[in-house]
Design a protein around this ligand. Sequence first.
Ligand SMILES: *Cc1c(COP(=O)(O)O)cnc(C)c1O
Length: 298
Amino acid sequence: MVPARLRGIDVLVKQEGLFPTGSYKDRGATVLMTQAARLGVRRVVEDSSGNAGTSIATYAARAGISADVFVPATTSPGKLVQIRSAGARLHRVPGDRQATSDAVWEAAQSCYYASHSWNPFFFEGTKTFAFEVCEQLGWRAPASVMIPTGNGTLLIGAWLGFSALARWGLIDRVPRLIAVQAERCAPLLRAWRLGLHEPADIVPEPTLGEGIAIARPVRGSQCLQAVRQTGGEVLGVSEEEIVSGLRETMAAGFFCEPTCAAAVAALPKLSLADDGPIVVPLTGHGLKAADTIGKLLG
Ligand SMILES: *Cc1c(COP(=O)(O)O)cnc(C)c1O
């Protein structure tokens, strides 16, 4: 982890974009595909147009397992190159995101569903984020962790990981987990404000935080539980805040996806922030979104 001062606050930046495919989704995919191989699985299906699809395709290739990845037909071709490069078969599904979910559900009736949002092995992998953070702090827990959240694959993994370390007596507190959403697609933020235990119904609008633009998170109630149980909070950021957070983060020497900047942009909104280290994971590499970033820079 690298110390940095962002939005006027001292933080530790964890560079999750340094994984082989450029995002922390590799944590989940390597464990999930290792287990699939042990179970003798020959073929998997997954639905994601972004980093999860890329990670599953890549680790399927490493495990010698064939992968079919379902994406909405509207997904920009650039994002699909990395998935195709690993030899996965792409299925473009006409209609909205739900149509893609329906199509993969159908396909999963006859083969293994390597879902990053449903499959528990994926979360066993994202747990390692918590292990590494504490190890890098000399087996201490940080005070807070800022987590850009859509389906909650990092949030729930971190919750499981920090909770296990506390149970084993390796750390003496579980850090506050701060879930950060883009205001334009924020079912958890809305639920949090209304005091609900399930994600709220929302009408999603497009956001620069495309990695966390999930209107109906399947583990939404677990996400809310993770935040509540650790004494954290759900914060929302506007598009303007994402852009200014991104500019500052990149100018500090961290080339990351716009999605990651949501976590940075939320820093000034933290209600409790001065009782220990604050960790900010930069979840995806900037090269993933170089076109978008180029446009933002003008
Ligand atoms: C997947 C991802 C996240 C977190 O998304 P979840 O839907 O909560 O799992 C955050 N940032 C990036 C870059 C991602 O790829």
